[in-house]
Design a protein around this ligand. Sequence first.
Ligand SMILES: *Cc1c(COP(=O)(O)O)cnc(C)c1O
Length: 389
Amino acid sequence: MSGRNFLFVPGPTNVPDRILRAMHRAQEDHRSSAFPALAKGILADLPKIFGTAKGQAFVLPASGTAMWEASIVNALSPGDRVLAVRNGQFSHLFIDAAQRLGMQVEIIEEPWGGAVQPDRIRDALKADKAGAFKAVLVVHNETATGVTSDIAAVRAAIDGAGHGALLMVDGVSSVASLEFKLDEWGVDFAIAGSQKGFMMPAGLGILCVSPKGLATFAGSKSNRAFFDLRDHVTHNATGYFPYTPALSGLYGLRESLDMLLAEGMPNVAARHKRLGEGVRRAVAAWGLKNCCTDPCRVSDTVTAIVVPESGDAEKVRDVGFRKYNLALGAGLGPLKGKVFRIGHLGDLNELMLLGALAGTEMTLIDTGIQITRGAGVAAAQAWYQGSAK
Ligand SMILES: *Cc1c(COP(=O)(O)O)cnc(C)c1O
């Protein structure tokens, strides 16, 4: 098929040519005296993306999922009690990881499509007079449902309960796209990966840890080897890694950081907000439902769209892919077949999204879902034109 594949899954996202070029290079000795300049620069700049002046960043040859594990095994011990909110597939898998690693997880269930309710966290922590909960686990941006939870409010709930639990936040589809303030929100472990907001191929797990989080490493009784962040603390201090780093990924990350910091994180967030709003207006113009049930918590990086009862979201995805070379995100877990997702994060502009919306319209009509051709595109066009600087 000629032309580009229209990649609108919420990750991997489109990799800018600048990053592709930066990664396309010969390998080199990661123990040379020249290497620390690259590593130190990256580790110094990464915390800026997480909104922290005090936190420490880690980069592993891994993925977002691995950073759940790295957070849990370095901070917690088997048998520890943790409090977690489940409101979609990624929070479900975060919980699953904690359970497999031996944690006792108390789960606050929310509807899939709803946001984290800070009051419920506060109540659960208030009831925990003995301070048994060692950590609170939440997903900032639930990629399965397109819901962004309020992490500042989660911090306020923890403080309101007077509880000392760590705050572990999955920011895989928010960090580097949405506003993220590790210091201000009192986040102790912020989890990310390279293939979403960082606009890179998958392959790097990225983590940022607060001073309070760093202080937990020594006390954890969990077994760890590859994920032992103490080795990273030691080696990173000299500009090296404890084992072979994913060198091409580091060059890509250097370029990604340059791009993000040149645009400025508030501008990155504002761009995502504006682009995301166009998609939401298109969905409304189609007469379809956003999976996110709280209009104040819609995600600016991904929109999950509910197909009518008679429709099949998997068919929408397949027809879009085969007929128009358009990749839309799948419904995950119990949402399979019920929703499809449009990822709108990373290296993206208005016309790319209008192309994706046009392809989605044709696909919806092809699969028998009644919408007016052009309605969504027109609504997004009007928004993008009217809100252009
Ligand atoms: C993509 C994603 C993950 C999983 O990351 P991998 O890099 O695929 O391991 C975890 N959490 C959220 C919120 C995600 O969007």
